[in-house]
Design a binder for this molecule. Structure first.
Ligand code: PGA
Length: 244
């Protein structure tokens, strides 16, 4: 079983804060066996963090859907590869909702990552409105099918189920609901792609207590953690609670 604990920094941290976080988390992350520790960091820090540290895997939080050319402000796959990044988050709900990225754009990014043998943390999740109108399963199904059109590099894929209504609210999903959705997603991958060892994470207000529940009550492979991971000590505690 592969495990992943990922910290999503979002638009936070100065370079100094980034280094202080890595000083603590990277040294804690040696000898964790089959547990991958990932930090999805802002673009400007990727290169320097990779020069200094080697235990925590450095991911980007996004990448451009264009390859190169006259696209002011875009950060492309070749730029990211040339600084040695390991992979990227794609389809985070903040990208989908605030920056209006649709399934087609997300699919392009996923195929670009596939072509370049990079790892992908592919985020899916329903909004509160979709949940309340009974459309959770339908939403997840279509996000998966559209996002993964033409995709087959499942060894590079990590899926993060992140219900939009649970992100940044301090209230994670109920564990019994999470179990049902874990089954639902695993069944889709088994049925549609013949994948029986999907690396599946939960994200949305994970903290040091909820990670224990995930470990105890589900067969998820870990978590994608936002605000509770921004303090290095808290993230180390989350990792510790997942291990023990
Ligand atoms: P949160 O964010 O842990 O702060 O809810 C999770 C995420 O957005 O990935």
């Amino acid at each position: 079983m592969k495990y992943v604990l990922a910290s999503n920094w979002k638009a936070n941290f100065t370079l100094q804060e980034a280094i202080e976080w890595f000083d603590k988390v990277d040294s804690f992350s040696s000898n964790l066996g089959n547990i991958r520790i990932v930090a999805a960091v802002p673009y400007p820090y990727i290169y320097i963090l990779l020069q200094r540290y080697n235990k925590v895997e450095v991911f980007s939080q996004n990448l451009s859907h264009v390859i190169k050319g006259a696209y002011t402000g875009e950060v492309t796959i070749s730029m990211l590869k040339s600084v040695g990044f390991r992979g990227s988050i794609v389809g985070h709900s903040e990208r989908r909702h605030i920056f209006k990225e649709d399934d087609e754009i997300i699919n392009k990014k996923i195929l670009i990552l596939q072509e370049n043998q990079a790892d992908i943390i592919f985020c899916i999740g329903e909004t509160l409105e979709q949940r309340e109108s009974g459309k959770t399963e339908e939403t997840l199904y279509f996000q998966i099918k559209k996002g993964l059109e033409g995709f087959n590099s499942f060894n590079n894929l990590i899926v993060a189920y992140e219900p939009v209504w649970a992100i940044g609210t301090g209230v994670p999903i109920k564990i019994e609901d999470l179990l049902k959705i874990e089954n639902f997603i695993r069944n889709i991958f088994l049925r549609e792609y013949k994948v029986n060892d999907l690396v599946l994470l939960y994200g949305g207000s994970v903290d040091k207590d909820f990670i224990k529940l995930i470990k105890k009550e589900t067969t998820l492979n870990g978590a994608l953690v936002g605000s509770a991971s921004w303090n290095a000590h808290n993230f180390i505690q989350i990792i510790g609670n997942f291990i023990s």
